[in-house]
Design a binder for this molecule. Structure first.
Ligand SMILES: Nc1ncnc2c1ncn2[C@@H]1O[C@H](COP(=O)(O)OP(=O)(O)OP(=O)(O)O)[C@@H](O)[C@H]1O
Length: 316
């Protein structure tokens, strides 16, 4: 069942469209990612979902409620961590948790929440003295304190070191596993690929693509690249007609083939049949990075699904 429904959403600032007809639905219990280049309209979109901005046109519903007209009810079921969150420097972690608990009629018990987020030892620490990762953990706790059904996390891991980022990913998965729907705005492809059940790629205020991470990668013009140096030359006729191969090139004594998983298997069979050893065999897969560049203005422009281009050898 959809818990968030966004339809025909438009929002302009000073006449310039920031969100220009966005549609998507988020199913209850999923991690839904919003991905896109700087200034694409991601934050404006989630701020409309949170009821912090009033749409110029279109409808937004959270559990059937209008985030603007039914703001009070929506704040009881939606927890938000904003992109640039700050707290009073002298506030301790305990005070922040107690203060935010007071905003809700039935808050979650903050003690187990703090323990789950690794904040127990920091309860008496002032906000200004927390590390970036600890601040983010506190903001997650504050977003969860009302016992929400949906939590919106906007660029949560920006500025964190790789270990803190990975720890935060585990937390986000735990939140989803506890039944909370997560709407996640991120710039990090690896984060989106690892965490999200589905992703809307937003570009210039519109949804450029909406799919699972694997589905977005499959749309990418980039594919699987196989390269190796054979122990003795292979005939052109052997390499022609490999299943799924879109191009075969030689670079010195290296062979570079752009194809699919079927091509990888066929190459291995071919090498075994000819008793040829492949030196420095490399297989690289398309990633969400490739798909992102294909789908957004920063890349080569939106590529229609199913199109292919000749192999690019620099990815090898
Ligand atoms: N309060 C505002 N007043 C005027 N223009 C704004 C305002 N907020 C955002 N914009 C503009 O609207 C467009 C979309 O901004 P938004 O913050 O929604 O994008 P974003 O995808 O979240 O970007 P980023 O990834 O850089 O955070 C941008 O061109 C931005 O400059």
């Amino acid at each position: 069942m959809a818990i968030i429904e966004v339809s025909g959403l438009r929002k302009a600032y000073g006449g310039k469209p920031a969100v220009d007809g966005v549609d998507f639905t988020v199913e209850e219990g999923e991690i839904f990612g919003i991905l896109g280049p700087n200034g694409a309209g991601k934050t404006t979109t989630v701020e409309c979902v949170e009821g912090l901005r009033v749409p110029d046109a279109g409808t937004v519903r959270v559990a059937g409620l209008d985030p603007v007209a039914d703001h009070r009810q929506v704040t009881q079921l939606l927890g938000a961590q904003l992109q640039e969150s700050e707290l009073q420097a002298k506030l301790t972690v305990r005070e922040a948790l107690e203060l935010y608990s007071a905003f809700y009629p039935k808050p979650a018990d903050w003690r187990p929440l703090a323990a789950r987020l690794g904040l127990e030892a920091k309860l008496s620490t002032r906000f200004a003295k927390l590390s970036g990762g600890q601040k983010q953990r506190l903001f997650i706790a504050l977003a969860l304190i009302g016992g929400p059904r949906v939590v919106v996390l906007d660029e949560l891991t920006t500025g964190l070191d790789p270990r803190a980022r990975r720890d935060t990913w585990s937390l986000i998965e735990e939140i989803r596993d506890s039944g909370v729907t997560v709407l996640l705005v991120t710039h990090f492809m690896e984060e989106a690929q690892r965490l999200c059940d589905r992703i809307a790629v937003i570009d210039r205020g519109k949804v450029a693509a909406l799919d699972t991470p694997a589905g977005l990668i499959a749309r990418s013009t980039a594919t699987t690249v196989i390269s190796f140096t054979p122990s003795r030359p292979l005939g052109d006729e052997d390499l022609a007609g490999l299943p799924g191969a879109m191009s075969v090139a030689t670079q010195g004594d290296r062979i570079v083939i752009n194809g699919t998983d079927d091509t990888v298997n066929a190459v291995i069979t071919l090498l075994a049949r000819h008793r040829v050893t492949a030196h420095q065999l490399r297989v690289t897969e398309a990633t969400l990075d490739d798909a992102f560049l294909d789908l957004t203005e920063n890349g080569t422009g939106a590529a229609p699904s199913g199109t292919t281009t000749p192999a690019t050898t620099e990815r090898v």
